[in-house]
Write a protein that binds this ligand. Structure first.
Ligand code: SF4
Ligand code: SF4
Length: 88
């Protein structure tokens, strides 16, 4: 399931460089996650980095984008053609 950023976001920017899928960008008022690029960090790490660094717990799973582990890994492979995921 892709992550999303809630309105608790204080736009500190800490999450953006942590996302190796470049799924996080600065929006008009808060930072936003592109669900087409978020793999829950699957393929890179065992846990979501944005959620780990966010000082206000604004990075949360998005129930509107439910995906299985396999779907997340497929997304990762499409984002990083030719590379091997670090987590499976
Ligand atoms: S969970 Fe990982 S892939 Fe998804 S937005 Fe956060 S840092 Fe990026
Ligand atoms: S780390 Fe949290 S508060 Fe900072 S920009 Fe990202 S979502 Fe917003």
């Amino acid at each position: 399931m892709a992550y999303k950023i809630t309105e608790e976001c204080i736009s500190c920017g800490a999450c953006e460089p942590e996302c190796k899928n470049e799924a996080i960008t600065e929006g008009k008022e808060i930072y936003v996650v592109n669900p087409a690029k978020c793999t829950e960090c699957m393929g890179w790490f065992e846990s979501p980095k944005c959620a780990e660094v966010c000082p206000v717990d604004a990075c949360v799973p998005d129930p509107a984008h439910k995906e299985t582990k396999e779907q997340l890994l497929d997304k990762w492979r499409k984002l990083h053609p030719g590379k091997t995921p670090a987590t499976t």
